[in-house]
Design a protein. Structure first.
Length: 631
């Protein structure tokens, strides 16, 4: 598909923007075409959220201009949203539907006038087309469907009583049900469980509008994006394709740039030797050659980011007993979170903990830490066990302290394996300069504060890590470094995460909360859990809202008649492909002999299921027209 084929609906031209005196964007230009699904990349602090605010109109650039198509309807899920604490969940969602509700009201009112005022027919038809485009004929049912799949809290609860994650899901729901022409999403998968993320992917694959989004979820990027834009040193670089395509194209680009820079360096050395041999009085030709030398010196060398050197301090050597849970039960009223659960944590284990929000994952962490007592059973912790706990939604930093003061604690030394390093050296491993070490936390960018929180969390050391959603708000580079550090970590870890890529890289086993206190253990990665434990529930199907179409009768066109004749054969063919792929993924020998093929087969299965759903949706539309049943 040509991602530049659609009409331009949004563009940046020569945009420069500064944040706290620092230039975030430098003279950048970008054009977004109708139908694009554009993924935005960049390290923490590069300016991704700033760019989204500029595109949405929430901020204006310091220089240059942002041009939007006339009347462009934009929906924006930002990282920080102002809201009325007294407003209920349903009222908060309805805020995004005011315009659509007004369209429906106008359509019905005009429908009652057409018999008396034929001139109203054209406007009535225009409104019908707009409502068709927004798929808004059964709006209440769509709202309920989206609320259910995103696990939004009950509609009558005031927004002020919600947790950060619950509020985030309400705001995402509001953005989706509005069905704007341009949907801008800043980290939409944060605070969603795996099932909700899979549903969101399928929803967006069927979304008719244009999408711009930032996410740290690499599988999400791979399935959704058809175009990538990277912010790097204040500039924008574009790549056609998804995240995997981007990685290959970026590697080629870096290799080419490195080769060019090496040639330039050799040329400079040769010219420098020539310059040193020349007399001070120079001919015109000599001066021209000197000018070329100066031009080469002025060219920017290949710019590369520093890289985190992340080593997790391990604390004391683990003993024979680490953490044992024996027939542990915990619940509230009739609601069991854990029921006779047993776990013996072994050296080197890194267990990914998955399940819907509110099902008991954080409760398990708090039971292990001793913050909660089990209703039944026992939790035994070894004498040498030292925990490092990262709570979800943590806010560890004092904004008034300098970075050095905040991280220091009781010592300016950090123990890394068999050596001690100074706190400043430790901070440099997290890409902080000496100048930044003396900077107040409140003056650091959001991305820099994320790195500071990670540095503070890990410096104390421990041999058992308990991480609750550690991937939220980390950029992809930092995520990769954290993954490598966890794989090299000599202790144990329990990690609550919805990030499937992260779990596939890090986890040696999966603990899956399935409800009513049931927890299933699966050896190996997240993909292996999906294939072995949940082979028939891997993909959450898109529940397309039943369309109560406009009361307008017509016959099928010749082209539609042919399409209806062919569509059943296509459905049968695609369903056979789904069945074959599911059968292959249930075969244990696949994982032993051709494990590298599993991610590709899962991706093909997901796409095949989406294709079947789309075909069924189109078949229902055509059948409704053929039979005259539009309701």
């Amino acid at each position: 598909m040509d991602v530049f084929a659609g009409e331009p609906i949004l563009s940046l031209s020569g945009v420069t923007h500064r944040y706290s005196g620092r230039e975030i964007l430098h003279g950048v230009s970008l054009t977004v075409h109708r139908g694009n699904r554009l993924g935005l990349l960049g390290v923490n602090g590069a300016g991704k959220s700033t760019l989204l605010r500029l595109l949405s109109g929430q901020e204006a650039p310091d220089e240059g201009e942002v041009i939007r198509a006339r009347g462009l309807r934009i929906g924006f899920l930002s990282q920080e949203t102002a809201f009325d604490h007294e407003m209920t969940v349903r009222e908060g969602i309805e805020e995004g539907l005011a315009e659509t509700r007004a369209l429906l009201t106008s359509y019905r009112a005009l429908g009652e006038r057409i018999a008396e005022d034929p001139a109203a027919l054209a406007e009535h038809a225009r409104l019908q087309g707009e409502i068709d485009h927004r798929e808004a004929w059964d709006l209440d049912r769509e709202v309920e469907m989206v609320m259910s799949h995103l696990r939004v809290p009950p509609p009558e609860i005031p927004l002020g009583r919600l947790s950060g994650g619950e509020l985030r899901r309400v705001m995402l729901c509001r953005a989706l049900v509005a069905r704007p022409e341009l949907l801008i999403l800043d980290e939409p998968t944060n605070h969603l469980d795996a099932a909700s993320i899979e549903w969101l992917e399928n929803f967006l694959l069927n979304y008719r509008g244009t999408l711009i989004f930032v996410t740290h979820d690499r599988y999400f990027l791979d399935r959704i994006a058809d175009r990538m834009v990277e912010i790097d040193f204040g500039r924008l670089s574009e790549y056609v394709g998804n995240y995997t395509d981007y990685l290959g194209l970026k590697a080629d680009k870096m290799a080419s740039a490195a080769k060019t820079d090496l040639v330039r360096q050799h040329a400079i050395k040769r010219e420098l030797q020539w310059v040193r041999r020349q007399p001070k009085a120079r001919s015109t030709k000599q001066q021209a050659r000197l000018d070329r030398f100066q031009e080469m010196c002025d060219q920017s060398p290949l710019e590369v980011h520093g890289e985190l050197d992340l080593v997790i301090p391990t604390g004391p050597r683990l003993g024979g007993k680490i953490v044992n849970l024996k027939k542990v039960s915990k619940g509230y009223g009739d609601n069991f979170l854990l029921r006779e659960f047993e776990l013996e944590l072994g050296a080197g284990q890194r267990l990914g903990v998955i399940g819907p929000n509110g099902i008991g994952k954080t409760t398990l962490m708090r039971l292990i830490l001793g913050d909660l007592e089990p209703d039944e059973g026992s939790v035994e912790v070894g004498v040498n066990t030292r925990f490092v706990y990262a709570a979800q939604g943590r806010d560890l930093l004092d904004p008034e302290k300098t970075l050095l003061e905040e991280i220091a604690g009781e010592s300016e030394w950090v123990q890394l394996e068999d050596k001690q390093i100074t706190l400043r050296s430790y901070l440099k491993r997290f890409l902080f300069t000496d100048e930044q070490a003396n900077t107040p936390i409140k003056r650091l960018s959001g991305g820099e504060q994320n790195r500071a929180q990670l540095a503070k969390l890990l410096r104390t050391g421990g041999n058992v890590l308990l991480f609750d959603e550690p991937t939220n708000d980390l950029d992809l580079v930092t995520l990769r470094i954290l993954e490598d550090a966890l794989v090299d970590f000599k202790g144990c870890a329990l990690i609550v995460s919805h990030d499937r890529y992260f779990l596939n890289r890090v986890a040696t086993g999966i603990l899956a909360f399935e409800g009513d206190g049931k927890i299933v253990y699966s050896e190996g990665s997240y993909d292996r859990y999906l294939a072995n434990v949940k082979p028939l529930e891997r993909n959450v199907k898109v529940e397309k809202p039943r369309q109560t179409a406009a009361p307008k009768s017509r016959k099928l066109s010749f082209k539609e008649v042919k399409e209806l004749e062919e569509i059943e054969l296509r459905i049968e063919k695609d369903e056979q492909e789904v069945a074959l792929l599911e059968q292959n993924l249930e075969d244990p020998s696949l994982y032993a002999e051709r494990g590298e093929e599993v991610p590709l087969l899962i991706a093909r299965l997901d796409q095949a299921k989406v294709q079947v759903e789309e075909l069924y949706g189109r078949w229902q539309e055509l059948e409704a027209i053929r039979t005259g049943d539009r309701g």
